[in-house]
Ligand binder design. Structure first.
Ligand code: NAD
Length: 465
């Protein structure tokens, strides 16, 4: 006989596990099914281990490039990537166990195995320990994520890899061609470069991190070239092949074909929908033309009682957005009022060096939307704490509507900017203006006071500039 639940969540990534917790908190009898990655790609092989590696890489960079500036001298410095890798796995594994703990704490039944739908609200789970379990529910939440997209006509192999093979490797290559300069591309480029890999990035669009504000992209481009990372933009990769010893990447630029070779090529060209190996077709949910699951603002699909969240919906493929969608889905199932997400205003953080954090419209997009745009900029070189840290590259940029000061977007590049964004997103959400941010007294000396300085610039009365 099938076990029955109010809610079954398929997939325990940052969308799924959060949805399960909120459903349980709202009094719903909840189960969650996951084959291997409790916490999803994010905790296991994405956001979390990469942050550990990025921290190691930054320390390595400081020691190899800036030691004298801080008064360090070495007789033969070693930077052991295998140790950085081991640390990254320990961090990831600790967080994954934390998810299992949270499931137990919230009395959520955990099914460790591969779940396959055989109807919209029924699943068979092939348990990792052997045997199978059939489970049914009044509601299901599909949180099955996405997979790394590969360029058409290409495949992975020993020399052609994705983020996954590199993040699970304890060594860095001699040289690598990274295809795609989005978040994954620039984060891995920084790590590998710091550990001595010769990195070449090939990006189809005219700039690296091409979705960011143009000035932010330009600044990162400048910093990356300074680090010795080779950046090739406006270049479309047309083939990726391999021999026993090397990867061969051919790209088109200015109407000409060019060929690159390296020990490895990494494809970082976005996510693709997961192949239907989990019975999705039997649920009857509608997909859009690009193969993502279609949902409304309450995360409901076209099939009553079936919800979908996170990367599987292809809307904004970020962990924190998946978690927010998970809470909405659980609240909708529990009959609670929900607040639709404003996807334009979702925070976006890239952990390259210098870090990038942004939300809302870029300056160009705001103008295209027809706003009367006012732009304020404040450089990190004018912030005392940043000077003390020796991290003065980059700037903060605020895009507002000229007449009423409505916040349309913010684009930060510089030290720890990923930690500074929430003040601005909160201000935007509660319709505060730059003037109100300027009135908020910020402690001195902090990186966050640069936000107050930025607001003063927006008001036309800068203090520290
Ligand atoms: P992405 O969409 O961010 O970047 C892919 C890049 O590949 C784009 O800039 C695109 O122009 C380029 N590209 C596509 N086809 C190409 C071609 N033929 N030749 C050259 N370049 C080409 O995707 P990603 O970096 O692979 O990341 C995947 C997902 O994971 C994204 O949704 C990303 O936001 C998310 N992610 C986020 C973070 C973070 O927030 N810090 C970190 C890692 C991944």
């Amino acid at each position: 006989m099938a076990k029955t639940y109010d809610v079954i969540v398929l997939g325990a990534g940052p969308g799924g596990y959060v949805a399960a917790i909120r459903a349980a908190q709202l009094g719903l009898k909840t189960a969650i099914v996951e084959k291997q990655w409790w916490g999803g790609v994010c905790l296991a092989v994405g956001c979390i281990p990469s942050k550990a590696l990025l921290h190691n890489a930054h320390l390595t960079h400081l020691m190899t490039h800036r030691a004298a500036e801080f008064g360090f001298a070495f007789d033969g410095l070693t930077a052991d990537y295998a140790v950085a890798f081991k640390r990254s796995r320990e961090v990831a594994e600790g967080r994954m166990k934390g998810v299992n703990f949270l499931m137990r704490k919230n009395k959520i039944d955990q099914y460790h195995g591969w779940g396959t739908f055989d109807g919209p609200k029924a699943l068979t789970v092939a348990l990792n320990d052997g045997g199978e379990e059939r489970i049914e529910a009044k509601h299901v939440i599909i949180a099955t994520g996405a997979v790394a997209r590969l360029l058409p006509g290409t495949k992975t192999g020993p020399r052609v890899i994705t983020y996954l093979e590199q993040i699970l490797s304890d060594r860095v290559p001699k040289d690598i061609i990274i295809i795609g300069a989005g978040a994954i591309g620039v984060e891995f480029a920084y790590v590998l470069n710091a550990y001595g890999t010769k990195v070449t990035m090939v990006e189809y669009l005219p700039s690296i991190v091409p979705l960011e504000d143009e000035e932010v992209s330009k600044e990162l481009d400048r910093q990356y070239r300074r680090l010795g990372i080779q950046v090739i933009t406006s270049a479309r990769v047309v083939s990726v092949e391999e021999t026993e010893n090397e990867a061969i990447v051919v790209y088109e630029k200015d109407g000409k074909e060019e060929r690159l070779t390296a020990e490895y090529a990494m494809q970082a060209v976005g996510w693709a929908p997961r192949e239907d190996t989990y019975g999705l077709a039997s649920t009857g949910v509608a997909l859009n033309s690009r193969g993502w699951i279609e949902v409304d603002s309450r995360m409901a699909t076209n099939v009553p009682g079936v919800y979908a969240i996170g990367d599987a919906t292809g809307i904004v493929q970020l962990a924190h957005v998946a978690s927010a969608q998970g809470i909405i889905a659980a609240e909708a199932i529990a009959g609670r009022p929900t607040k639709a997400l404003d996807y334009i205003m979702m925070p976006r953080c890239t952990y390259c060096q210098p870090q990038i954090a942004s939300f809302g419209y870029t300056e160009k997009q705001a103008r295209e939307q027809g706003f009367d745009v006012k732009v304020a900029k404040f450089p990190w070189v004018a912030n005392g704490k940043a000077s003390g840290l020796g991290e003065t590259a980059g700037f903060l940029k605020l895009v507002t509507e000229a007449k009423y000061g409505e916040i349309l977007g913010a684009h930060l590049i510089g030290p720890e900017v990923t930690e500074l964004l929430p003040e601005l997103t909160l201000a935007q959400q509660f319709e505060m203006t730059a003037a109100e941010i300027g009135h908020n007294v910020h402690a001195h000396p902090t990186l966050s006071e640069a936000l107050m300085d930025l607001a003063h610039v927006a008001e036309g009365m800068p203090i520290n500039l």
